[in-house]
Design a protein around this ligand. Structure first.
Ligand code: ZN
Length: 174
């Protein structure tokens, strides 16, 4: 093999490695969010791929305050429901995770964590409609106005295609 051909083969190998790495990141179904003692999430917007049937979300409290002093959770809901859910959450109290029990407006929610704690949830995307307007927020009293952001499902065409196929309709969950 000539030096030129050897180099070409080596470059082809590099290209294949690069494309394989790109493919493995195409489906963004895992998210990690950090929250701190300054009542801040480290993200103002989160995206998941429409091809995800489930999303795994990890909330990490990187501060020092205990859960009952300055805890955080991560809640997903329609943007239009955030205000009402936050109010109902305050009424529900700490022991209920500052969320109304069994409220269908809650699409997904973690427990409340304190400084140094981490929690992970997995939720189905079956309740996320194509083109829906969603937000994530912290339901701890007084946090919601600062700790919220947009939650976007990217590649909505494929999500719509999934919805159109009855075989892909998930059974109502919980
Ligand atoms: Zn919070």
């Amino acid at each position: 093999m000539s030096a030129a051909r050897a180099r070409a083969a080596w470059q082809l190998g590099l290209a294949l490695v690069a494309s394989a790495a790109g493919t493995s990141h195409a489906g963004n179904c895992q998210l990690t969010v950090e929250a701190n003692d300054m009542m801040q999430f480290n993200a103002r917007a989160l995206q998941v791929d429409a091809g995800c049937t489930e999303v795994q979300l990890t909330l990490r409290h990187v501060g020092k305050q205990e859960a009952h002093v300055l805890g955080h959770d991560w809640v997903l809901a329609r943007t239009a429901d955030v205000g009402a859910l936050a109010s109902a959450g305050i009424a529900a109290g700490f022991d209920k995770g500052y969320l109304p029990t069994g409220d269908k407006r809650v699409i997904a929610a973690t427990k409340i964590v304190g400084g140094g704690e981490v929690t992970t949830i997995t939720f189905s995307t079956a309740n996320l409609a194509a083109g829906g307007d969603y937000s994530f927020f912290c339901s701890y009293p007084g946090h919601t106005s600062m700790m919220r952001g947009r939650f976007q499902v990217t590649g909505k065409e494929s999500l719509a295609a999934n919805r159109a196929n009855p075989a892909n309709q998930a059974a109502p969950s919980r």
